[in-house]
Write a protein that binds this ligand. Structure first.
Ligand code: UD1
Ligand code: CA
Length: 454
């Protein structure tokens, strides 16, 4: 059995934030959530919190054990605060809340090494061209390993390029026994967890292949750098899978997103959350899609799409906004400056210009004229609109909900419709036009005469 302890009590001073470091989002998810999700693959998870613990706690699942370290007296002290979590019979994996991209694969290798060698501790290390800031790995002749922090290191030790990533597996019995032997007699006056390692007789290291996995995030510059690198990898993977990304540098796609072959993503496009996009689509430029499902052969240009379903062969935009609960069926066209919310638009129907469709159900082959508004809100409640198949809504109509427009009906342009319209009918609801012939001419001559008299 394995237990996993995530250290996340530090305040993250360099973030210059009123929020704890580990709740800052990276690729749309709090840093700590990346670590917790990976950790959960291996067993029971405990988290050590300190600075504004109650804020971090909100981001954690219920089955995670929480331990509080009120004063941050070092990594060793942090683990002491969770002593009850450690079981003599279980191994203990240590992770950091601010090292979000450690992979399941690497941890499996670390755990395998630990088990195969029957170690007291197994350390994940890396070789760095510039190792400054990190603890250095010192392999002694008697097989023991010492980790020396940069601040405690002499010139020779500082030259060592193998660094401590801070990720280890401990034998539960070994760490529990040795935590009590720690002291804080070092340059930083902290209880170093790394000192426990020097007590181990059975210890070995494995090296991480990909440094991004063990990169800690200390400030917002590092946050942006790491995020950029991961985004680059996501885009590269998608391109190898058959997605055309015109400009990977200006395309931001979350790791959870699925995109089909031969779909083209144009620049300045953001695709987030649980989004699935089919094949042969054209997305962007300048489009933002979140938590939506999009079929094949769909065009979405310069638009906002959130929590929407879009079926095959639909065209959206430019400048459309699809909100929660939108469902556009096959061959629908939603054009410029059209907002759609909690509305189903039936097959082959169109709303091409300057329209608001809210809480509506629209049938097949409906044409919604420019400037049509579903007046769904009376100031207190929302009401539904139904427009049946083959109807034509004239431009600049207001449909005051709750309202039903029957099949094959016609609404005259500029109407305010307050009563249900039966099938096959024409409805007009506007002031009748009047013509006053020669009115302008008469006025002009009156004013000319008046001026001549002056
Ligand atoms: C630590 C290691 C160092 C390693 C480096 C890798 C020690 C003594 N040093 O150094 O060898 O190269 O990580 O990044 O362990 N934390 C707490 N409570 C504390 C102190 C820290 O929860 O009292 C947490 C922090 O929130 C952070 C993690 O532990 O997530 C690491 O702390 P940090 O101060 O960054 O350790 P380093 O000094 O960088
Ligand atoms: Ca650090």
């Amino acid at each position: 059995m394995l237990k996993i302890l995530i250290l996340a009590a530090g305040l993250g001073k360099r973030m210059k934030s009123k929020y704890p470091k580990v709740v800052h989002k990276i690729l749309g998810k709090p840093m700590i959530s990346w670590v917790v999700e990976t950790a959960k693959n291996f067993g029971k998870v405990g988290v050590i919190l300190g600075y504004k613990a109650e804020i971090v706690q909100n981001f954690l699942p219920d089955d995670v054990d929480i331990f509080i370290q009120n004063e941050q007296l070092g990594t060793g002290h942090a683990v002491m605060c969770a002593k009850n979590f450690i079981d003599e019979n279980d191994d203990l994996l240590i992770l950091y809340g601010d090292v979000p991209f450690i992979s399941k694969n690497t941890l499996e290798k670390l755990i395998d090494e630990h088990k195969n060698k029957n170690n007291e501790v197994t350390i994940l290390t890396a070789i760095l061209e510039n190792p400054s800031g990190y603890g250095r790995i010192l392999k002694e002749k008697n097989g023991k390993i010492r980790i020396v922090e940069e601040k405690d290191a002499d010139e020779n030790i500082r030259k060592i390029k193998e660094i401590n990533t801070g990720i280890y597996v401990f034998n539960g019995n070994f760490i529990k026994k040795n935590l009590d032997n720690l002291n804080n007699k070092n340059a930083q006056g902290e209880y170093y967890l790394t000192d426990v390692i020097s007590f181990a007789n059975k210890v070995s290291t494995i090296m991480v292949d990909d440094f991004i996995e063990v990169t800690g995030i200390n400030d917002r510059v590092q946050l942006a750098k790491v995020e950029k690198e991961i985004r680059k990898r996501i885009n590269t993977k998608l391109m190898y899978e058959g997605v055309r990304i015109i400009d990977p540098d200006s395309t931001f796609i979350d790791p959870s997103v699925v995109i089909g072959k031969d779909t083209v993503i144009y620049p300045f496009t953001i695709i987030e959350g649980n989004t699935i996009i089919g094949e042969d689509c054209e997305i962007g430029p300048m489009t933002h899609i979140k938590d939506s499902k999009i079929g094949n052969n769909v065009k979405v240009i310069r638009s906002e799409v959130e929590k929407a379903y879009i079926d095959d062969d639909v065209s959206v935009g430019p400048f459309s906004r699809l909100r929660e609960g939108t469902h556009l069926k096959t061959k629908v066209k939603i054009g410029n400056f059209v907002e759609v919310k909690k509305t189903t638009v039936g097959e082959n129907s169109k709303a091409q210009h300057l329209t608001y469709l809210g809480d509506a159900t629209i049938g097949k082959n409906v044409n919604v004229g420019a400037g049509t508004i579903t007046c769904n809100y009376d100031g207190k409640n929302k009401h539904p609109t139904f427009i049946d198949d083959n109807s034509f809504i004239g431009s600049n109509s207001s449909l005051v909900a709750p309202i039903k427009i029957g099949k094959n009906s016609l609404i005259g342009a500029g109407s305010v419709i307050t009563e249900d319209v039966p099938d096959d009918s024409l409805a007009l609801g506007r002031a009748r036009q009047i013509i006053k012939e020669n009115w302008v001419k008469i006025k002009r001559e009156e004013s000319k005469n008046a001026n001549n008299k002056k």
